[in-house]
Design a protein around this ligand. Structure first.
Ligand code: FES
Length: 366
């Protein structure tokens, strides 16, 4: 099926999720206000219900940068895998039971396998270590299928913009890489800045290099830490910016675009957002009676993990629902947009983003 037909057939956000931080502070507030005023707030639909898990086998594994491994995950059966669009990710169910989210960075036209890339984070929650140490060819994982909250809308094909500018930092190339092919194929004017510590730290440099001088590779060891101007270039009105990378990169881009009414920004973050306007409180663990204090600037989930309490999680941003926990006592300050009113009334909360009122205690069914 021609690429354009695929774009028309299904909206890229059909399995979307809200992957953006809703409470990042002034820059977010200002940018969100601009989007709202200009009517450009994206419509992100609820994830589609997919009850069954799809088994996937690791059939190839390749080191694509320092501490970054790319995995080919192949369908176990003859049926084609669910379709996906640039910007999509998989919730990958690892053999340990952990669930981690990884952007799809292969070719959407290929239906018998997916490709993901994972940077090893030595002091993270263990998911990337498991991928690096245990997901060798023959290993199996599972997924409910692709979801997308970072969909690409091309100028002339649904977007009023005239050009695209991509900003990728390190492993942030993964959701953006599949966007480049349709932009190039459909002759959409576009540029990209790809940045990182040094060239060995940048995944898929060989594939990115194929796009020639539209892409500017900029590394800290040669040019220093990039400014917002370095990342955005001249960025004239009529540009849509897609950015993915570490928090400082996203903060620089977002702050620089406050007040730029003619520039549209879409971004995706990998890490948990900072806590904004938090107050200290405590939780009591029902199974042990242990009390865990939660500082004003840390999430409840972080406090639980710091205290050795087993608490499931995945996105750490309030959109996947993995950390859903029942509250037996206390009043929750809900900070997510995922739980329904009946779920909240039933005592559920998301420990990665929601909290209790200052000085209050929650009792959790953990
Ligand atoms: S970990 Fe995803 S919603 Fe909390």
């Amino acid at each position: 099926m021609p690429l354009l037909d695929r774009f028309r057939q299904a909206p890229p956000s059909a399995f979307g999720r809200l992957r953006h931080d809703l409470s990042i502070g002034l820059a977010d507030t200002a940018i969100s206000a601009l989007w709202a005023l200009s009517g450009r707030v994206r419509d992100i639909s609820e994830p589609a219900a997919r009850d069954e898990l799809i088994p996937l086998t690791v059939t190839d594994r390749r080191l694509v940068a320092d501490d970054v491994v790319a995995l080919t995950l192949t369908a176990a059966g003859p049926d084609p895998l669910p379709v996906w669009h640039p910007g999509a990710h998989l919730d990958v169910h690892l053999p340990s039971g952990r669930i981690r989210q990884y952007s799809l960075c292969g070719d959407p036209a290929v239906r018998d396998h997916y490709r993901i890339a994972v940077r090893r984070i030595p002091d993270g929650g263990g998911g990337s270590r498991e991928v690096h140490e245990q997901l060798t060819p023959g290993a199996t994982v599972a997924t409910h299928g692709p979801r997308n909250a970072f969909p690409l809308t091309l100028p002339g094909y649904g977007s009023p913009a005239q050009r695209l500018h991509f900003v990728a930092g390190g492993i942030g190339i993964t959701p953006i890489l599949p966007m480049l092919a349709p932009a190039a194929r459909l002759s959409v004017p576009w540029t990209m800045v790809y940045t990182g510590r040094n060239r060995p730290s940048l995944p898929f440099l060989d594939e990115v290099a194929g796009y020639g001088d539209r892409v500017r590779i900029r590394t800290d060891d040669v040019s220093g830490v990039p400014s917002a101007a370095d990342l955005l270039g001249d960025c004239p009105d009529g540009t849509t910016v897609y950015a993915c990378g570490p928090a400082p990169l996203l903060t620089a881009v977002r702050s620089a675009l406050v007040g730029r009414d003619g520039v549209e920004l879409h971004y995706e973050r990998f890490a948990a957002p900072p806590v904004v306007d938090g107050a200290p409180f405590a939780v009591s663990i029902a199974s042990t009676g242990v009390t865990v204090p939660v500082a004003a600037d840390e999430s409840l989930l972080s406090a639980l993990r710091r205290s050795g309490v087993h608490a499931p999680y995945s996105c750490r941003q309030g959109f996947c629902g993995t950390c859903r926990t029942r509250v037996l006592d206390g009043t929750v300050e809900h900070r997510d947009t995922l739980l329904t009113d009946p779920e909240r009334e039933a005592g559920m909360m998301l420990t990665c983003v929601s909290r209790a009122a200052e000085g209050r205690t929650l009792t959790l069914e953990l």
